[in-house]
Ligand binder design. Structure first.
Ligand SMILES: Cc1cc2nc3c(=O)[nH]c(=O)nc-3n(C[C@H](O)[C@H](O)[C@H](O)COP(=O)(O)O)c2cc1C
Length: 401
């Protein structure tokens, strides 16, 4: 990222999480209720654990917003951990006189987590020092910052949506979303589904797959899809490897804990097909910039590292989460005896919540690319540059040509 920068701080059971977002223009209205709505969406989904019943996340703005608008200064956001109340002795920055930790040091690393490698790297005896920061609780801070980015994107007509395609072997229908009814209704149904699908049969299959995994003390992964509508052509660049939009999107999404693969458009499937079945033919379309439309969107809205004006379609594969109620084999690092891995209260399936995190990371990468292209210290400057660009493309501000 070259214009925006996001840093987060905070531990899973510490006092709270902080996001520091720099590079936003001044003058962007920031709506706290919709930021909090995104935080709530991250906590939903069938398969979440008891922790999410304790945490009812709410964001606070610490800095960078005054009287509802960004000032151009760094934006600092805070999400408290309500769970800290019962973790104070274990997570306090300093122990009070006479105060003792209540939990023993974590010495049975969990396969699939950063516990072992992180302990080696930083030399921690108590692997809780790894667990606490490596935990995906941190993604609450990303979603808070991502919510501000999506509010910026909305000003430029970019809207992000997400849905679940698979949970384990239970899958959503392959048919295009458009064929499933008016798009607004379809997205509304997805938002109210506990597994982020609009298909009742798929929903029932996914819910029962999660319930079966829970009953077995196991976990399930899956695939989510993020679609960015309204992205103008020309974000990202083919001129340098590190300016490519696909690279930025993939890096943002791969950074989400438990994400093991990212696909843009037809991605993996396209590697098995001849070129004639992969690329999107250019067809005359008087409604599109340069009068050029597309017969399909298999590329997923990015060609040569540049957005091409089609919806950007991203698929994200989440592994089954690694903390199991029936723990995997591990060892005690003190006794060197084989022992089951440490178990911590945990989710069973995070794919629906992971989709919301993936939306946030997509928003961050797209907002960065948009600000790189249009610049501006005040939002009005950014909008003016955007409108000038639309004019050059022959698009009138309301979107028609
Ligand atoms: C929203 C979200 C919630 C998660 N919750 C858990 C959890 O409760 N238990 C768990 O073991 N892993 C959970 N994970 C996944 C782990 O954080 C992740 O697998 C782990 O940090 C190792 O990182 P890696 O999978 O990227 O290698 C969650 C991931 C996300 C995105």
């Amino acid at each position: 990222m070259t214009r925006l920068d996001l840093k987060t701080a905070g531990e899973s059971h510490g006092r709270g999480l902080v996001a520091l977002l720099t590079g936003l223009p001044a003058g962007l209205p920031v709506d706290l209720p919709s930021l909090n709505a995104d935080l709530r969406r991250r906590q939903l989904g069938h398969g979440r654990g008891d922790r999410m019943k304790i945490e009812s996340d709410e964001g606070e703005i610490l800095a960078g917003v005054r009287h509802g608008h960004t000032t151009g200064a760094p934006v600092a956001l805070l999400v408290w951990n309500r769970d800290f109340a019962v973790w104070q002795a274990d997570m306090a920055a300093h122990l009070a006189p006479g105060q003792e930790p209540t939990r023993p040091p974590l010495r049975r690393p969990r396969p699939g987590h950063a516990d072992l490698a992180g302990g080696m790297k930083f030399g921690h005896y108590d692997l809780r020092d790894v667990l606490e920061r490596a935990s995906a609780r941190e993604t609450a801070a990303r979603v808070a910052a991502g919510a501000v980015c999506r509010q910026l994107l909305a000003r430029f007509g970019v809207v992000l949506r997400s849905r679940v395609l698979f949970i384990g072997s239970a899958s959503a229908p392959a048919a295009d979303l458009e064929s499933r009814g008016p798009l607004d209704d379809v997205w509304q149904t997805i938002e109210s589904s506990p597994v982020r699908t609009d298909d009742p049969e798929a929903e029932a299959a996914m819910v029962s797959a999660i319930d079966a995994a829970r009953a077995e003390g196991d976990t399930l992964g899956g695939v989510g899809e993020v679609i960015a509508f309204g992205v103008p052509p020309g974000l990202g660049s083919y001129t340098s490897w590190d300016a490519r939009l696909d690279g930025a999107l993939a890096a943002a999404l791969m950074s989400i804990p438990s994400v093991k693969a990212v696909e843009i458009g037809d991605g993996l499937a396209s590697a098995r097909l001849p070129g004639s079945q992969v690329h999107d033919e250019i067809v005359p379309d008087s409604m599109r910039p340069y009068g050029a439309g597309r017969a399909s969107n298999r590329a997923g809205g990015v060609e040569g590292g540049v957005s091409n004006g089609e919806p950007i379609v991203l698929r994200v594969a989440f592994k089954p989460i690694p903390t199991l109620v029936r723990p995997l084999g591990s060892m005690n690092l003190d006794s060197h005896q084989s022992q089951p891995a440490h178990h911590e209260r945990s989710d069973v399936c995070i794919v629906p919540a992971g989709c919301v995190v993936a939306e946030a990371m997509t928003a961050l990468a797209l907002a960065d690319a948009l600000l790189v292209k249009f610049g501006g210290d005040h939002l009005d400057d950014t909008v003016a540059a955007f409108e000038h660009y639309l004019h050059r493309l022959g698009v009138r501000p309301h979107g028609s040509v």
